[in-house]
Design a protein around this ligand. Structure first.
Ligand code: PXG
Length: 442
């Protein structure tokens, strides 16, 4: 076995890495080998301050003891139980715990293994819901330009990031998109939500009228668009989307894969914006990034609509081998306990002002053309190098890694979303180092 196909253990070629410039990476790899609380350890033994909670998921910080222990114990006690026609206690316990922290009315939980699968699940629930209600003519799904809803076919169809869509054929049919909410020139360097722009939501009314409301099943949006580079909704915008969808019997889905679990200083963005959707899609922070798991929370109205017909019949033909996996459920329960014990679902609210002030102190530094923030999310947009978009921000990312801070870049936008345990001194370190790096960029 030892020389099977002559592959050596440190050969990097076999792993085709996701959303990565593979050839560039493999020439100069960046490897993490350890993590604790706010820091990663690199393969060359350096500490890196985590400015992005991994990929927006490690909300409680790394390797939290309760979560680590729960995973180990569950793996030893019962590694797996069939997800269909069988149950195990922790999946039910976690669903109850989720419903307890969810906005009013979102009383039922479907499990998945990722944000992408949560999106697909929510879209399928929406279509099937109308069907079981006798409104099968509602087949259209509305997303938004620049929206990110994962990488599966439903998600890229309602999503609005061109690079993620253009290679993949016809996608889903019957999909339309609202305009995104970013209006450069009108809202640069706005702190938090901006006052103007809520009327962008009336574009939904126009689209609904165009197709006829009776053909529309659901509208899906990220309350704060993350992956596309942190776009904060204008004040009142989400409320208007809620009014329009309600008026026309259209389901509103919030994709809270990033905003869920305390990112805005409230358990969910629905709480922050005081807008209750019909479904919340989540993942990432659900298990603090440890074991893949996602969930869709739905209202009783949606759930109950399916609970008809003979009791021996399966009500919804959908689910995954790993829906509610025991080890993931144990990780989720320990994660929610950790959030509760440390007050993390609301800590963002306490530190958001400090975060905002620190971020906006970067205004005026070279190449900085915009800064945006909400809760513990922040973005610094750089002027692209003429003819070489993304290069400037990527150079900042590599320098940041070398200097001991982890940031994320998308296009020429630097995005940050630190674990919710970050201290003021660590915010100073993160922003201070980033400021220094910006001064050295070409
Ligand atoms: N919806 C939203 C709003 C997301 O942000 C997904 C769905 C898909 O989740 P999965 O678990 O299938 O990846 C996401 C994921 C980044 C970044 O740096 C963002 C995501 C993933 C990786 C990187 O912007 N968001």
């Amino acid at each position: 076995m030892s020389d099977r196909r002559n592959v050596t253990p440190n050969d990097l070629s076999a792993f085709w890495m996701p959303f990565t410039a593979n050839r560039q990476f493999k020439k100069a790899p960046r490897m993490f080998v350890g993590a604790k609380d706010m820091h990663y350890t690199t393969s060359d033994g350096r500490k890196v301050l985590d400015g992005t909670a991994g990929l927006w998921c490690v909300n409680a910080g790394h390797c939290r003891p309760k979560i680590v222990a729960a995973i180990a114990e569950q793996a030893a006690e019962m590694d797996y139980a069939p997800a269909f026609q069988m149950g195990h206690p922790k999946a039910f316990e976690l669903a109850n715990a989720l419903v307890n922290i969810a906005p009013e009315g979102l009383n039922h939980v479907l499990y998945t293994n990722s944000g992408s699968e949560s999106v697909e699940t929510a879209l399928k629930v929406a279509l099937a819901y109308h069907k079981v209600k006798g409104e099968g003519g509602r087949f259209r799904l509305i997303g938004r330009e620049r929206g990110y809803h994962g990488v599966n076919f439903g998600g890229i169809s309602v999503g609005g990031i061109v690079t993620n869509r253009k290679m993949f054929g016809t996608l889903l049919t019957g999909v339309d998109h609202m305009p995104h909410t970013h209006t450069p020139g009108a809202n640069q360097f706005t702190r938090g939500e901006r006052e103007t722009g809520a009327d962008l939501a009336t574009e939904l009314e126009r689209i609904v009228t165009l197709h006829d409301p009776s053909t529309i099943a659901a509208v899906i949006v990220e309350p704060v668009a993350g992956s596309t580079g942190v776009l904060i909704p204008p004040k009142g915008y989400l409320k208007k989307l809620r009014e329009i969808t309600k008026k026309h019997g259209i389901l509103l889905i919030f994709d809270e894969v990033i905003t869920g679990f305390g990112r805005l200083g409230t358990p969910f963005a629905a709480d922050y914006f005081d807008v209750i959707p019909d479904m919340i899609v989540c993942a990432k922070g659900l298990t603090n990034g440890t074991i893949p798991m996602g969930a869709v929370m739905v209202t009783s109205e949606i759930h109950d609509a399916f609970m008809q017909g003979p009791e021996h019949m399966i009500e919804f033909f959908h689910g995954y081998t790993y829906s509610g996996n025991p080890v993931a459920s144990a990780a989720g329960l320990a994660t929610l306990d950790t959030y509760r014990d440390d007050g993390l679902l609301t800590r963002g609210a306490e530190i958001a002002q400090y975060w905002e002030d620190a971020l906006h102190s970067l205004k005026g530094l070279p190449h900085v053309i915009d800064i945006r923030n909400l809760g513990l999310i922040g973005a610094v947009e750089l002027e692209p190098i003429a003819g070489s978009p993304t290069k400037r921000a990527f150079a900042a990312f590599v320098k940041a890694y070398e200097e001991g801070i982890l940031i994320r870049t998308t296009g020429d936008i630097i995005a940050m979303s630190p674990p919710l345990i970050i201290s003021k001194a660590q915010i100073d370190e993160l922003i201070g180092k980033l400021g220094g790096i910006l001064k050295t960029l070409e």
